[in-house]
Design a protein around this ligand. Structure first.
Ligand code: SF4
Length: 252
């Protein structure tokens, strides 16, 4: 990637990224490395709709109880997700940073396009995600040096090249950590069980991945785990734009 969008990184961070050694570290080791180098300008993105984010929250809390976590509240989340946010606040005695979209932008969006624009076309669905997720995220990430996501390579065809640590060219060249990149779904669920991590109750009702209420349905037997997200679209378009990393795949 070009140096143009790259944030100034310390020599130590740059050398770790260039060597590729971080790809061999465990999830906990990646988080420890991230916290050592970036806390408190590092924050975990947790949707509270998938177990991955909560596994990372649990791990980070063990390493640094003051580690930061944020959620994008689009205004269209399930009640189960709001309930889980409060459960996590209590369980970990932790403030969750809740990011809201710009009020005027949402008003304009629905006045021009209606309340349920996402069903009309991929463009309108992406516009809704842009206003309710992407812009609030961009605003927030501009204040950070690094962020953490629960992406795993086998979640979708769009995620197979995810690296454990990469430069996020789409967000000012800050560092993005994907500590669970090489984890399987089974490993995630084992961790949840072993550490009694709170997760979204909709998982028990056939929703392995919970997004906004109008854009998520339960999956049927034999369907992929993300089949219930924007179920009317092809797998190739099933991203909301918050993970559009511009990288050459080398991790730097
Ligand atoms: S997931 Fe659906 S409701 Fe949520 S921001 Fe995207 S289009 Fe809008």
């Amino acid at each position: 990637m070009s140096n143009q969008s790259q944030k100034a990184l310390s020599k130590e961070v740059l050398s770790a990224l260039q060597s590729g050694e971080l790809e061999n570290l465990s999830a906990q080791e990646i988080l420890t490395w991230g916290i050592k180098n970036f806390h408190p300008k590092l924050s975990l993105s947790c949707s509270f709709g998938q177990p991955e984010g909560l596994v990372l929250l649990d791990m980070m809390n063990r390493i640094e109880p003051g580690a930061r976590v944020f959620v994008l509240d689009t205004g269209r989340l399930h009640q189960a997700t709001y309930d889980l946010i409060d459960r996590v606040r209590d369980r970990y005695d932790k403030e969750i940073e809740v990011l809201f979209p710009d009020r005027e932008a949402v008003e304009e969006l629905v006045q021009k396009n209606g309340m349920n624009l996402f069903y009309e076309s991929i463009e309108k669905r992406k516009l809704c995600c842009e206003v309710r997720k992407v812009r609030p995220l961009n605003r927030y990430l501009a204040t950070l040096d690094a962020w953490v996501s629960g992406l795993r390579r086998d979640q979708n065809v769009t995620r197979t090249k995810t690296r454990k640590v990469e430069i996020d060219g789409a967000h000012g060249g800050i560092v993005k950590l994907n500590p669970l990149a090489d984890w399987t779904r089974e490993q995630v669920l084992d961790y949840v069980k072993q550490h009694n991590v709170p997760v979204n109750r909709l998982h028990q009702e056939g929703y392995p991945s919970v997004g906004c209420a109008p854009c998520t349905r339960a999956i049927r037997e034999g369907e992929s785990l993300r089949a219930g997200r924007w179920w009317w679209e092809n797998a190739e378009t099933k991203e909301c734009g918050i993970h559009s990393v511009e990288s050459d795949g080398s991790g730097i």
